[in-house]
Design a protein around this ligand. Sequence first.
Ligand code: HEC
Ligand code: HEC
Length: 313
Amino acid sequence: MPDRPKRRSALLLVAAFQLACHRTNVPLPTLPPAPAGNATELAARGEYIVRNVAACGGCHAADQRNPDGPLSGGAEFKDWRLGTIRAANLTSDAATGLGAWSDAEIVRALRNGQRKDGRLLAPVMPYEWLHDMSDADALAVARYLESLPPVRNDVRQQPNLVFKMGKALFLGPKAGTTVSAPPHGPTVAYGDYLANHVALCSHCHTPRGGLRDEFDNSRAFAGDATPPKDFPANPANITPDSATGIGRWSESDFLRAIHTGVNPKGDSLNRFMPWPEERRMTDDDLRAIYRYLRTLEPIHNDVPRRSPSSAPR
Ligand code: HEC
Ligand code: HEC
């Protein structure tokens, strides 16, 4: 049996690969003690992040047409690599929502992609980016979610075989972490933090590709002419390229586009771009994001707009 040793080394390789890549439980994070007497302020910060910055309702709202409504979940995402995945119920219902979860369990779900029971969340949930949300902001988000009135909605997941195999072999939660945010202000550093790890601009505006549909970070923010098929519009190129990105936009052009949903060319932005939520961000936060985007390498990538919603002016 001359091929025996070969087969054994192949098996060993597979086992080593599994050990190397398959992280199991991420320990629950130790969170900074919430400042005493500041419970309302903390939940208000969480509300600002969930409703205005990250626009979590775009996925988690019960009614997709009303992202500001109850976050009781149910929206369906279908992908051949995952199966049918549904947005979770984030309200405080104890049986079907987060009512029985601790702060740390919610923070771990956001940043590491693990449920209370340890199950890996489908990467539809953007923990790839939320991983570096600060401890303080993640705690604020948890406190806001805990304050949501309970809505009973039993959301069922239907992972397919491909996703189950992936979980058994190579997919795992993201490593444990502690993060502090740069000081708040209209600075490049704070804009970097917001655009990548809170506002999820990166999650939509960075192209993906390959068998595992991974983000191509060498082309971060360069837009995507062939986005996942459930995207109703093509995420624009928001690098400072003059021809195909937002290189010619001034800071006030940028603020106006987010405030009004109309870009300097007069195109109305598709509602999938969450400008109706993001326009409630403070001008300082929007300026921080603009200033950060200006520091990116301009990438030439012509992303055609789909079904222009206004006549050219
Ligand atoms: C692109 C869509 C999308 C966005 C944006 C999104 N989520 Fe999720 N989220 C999901 C999906 C889908 C699941 C369920 C995944 C699974 O169970 O495998 C989920 C799961 C969760 C869970 C785990 C709850 C549970 O019962 O399993 C929490 C907590 C959560 N999301 C919070 C948030 C918060 C807070 C935000 C905004 C900062 C957010 N999500 C943004 C799609 C999204
Ligand atoms: C849920 C996905 C999604 C998220 C999150 C998102 N965008 Fe967009 N964005 C889009 C899509 C899609 C378009 C194109 C809209 C269209 O073609 O009408 C767009 C368009 C834009 C435009 C207009 C560009 C142009 O040339 O007209 C700007 C500016 C922009 N986004 C900035 C941002 C910023 C900044 C953030 C984070 C604060 C962000 N986006 C978050 C999906 C998203």
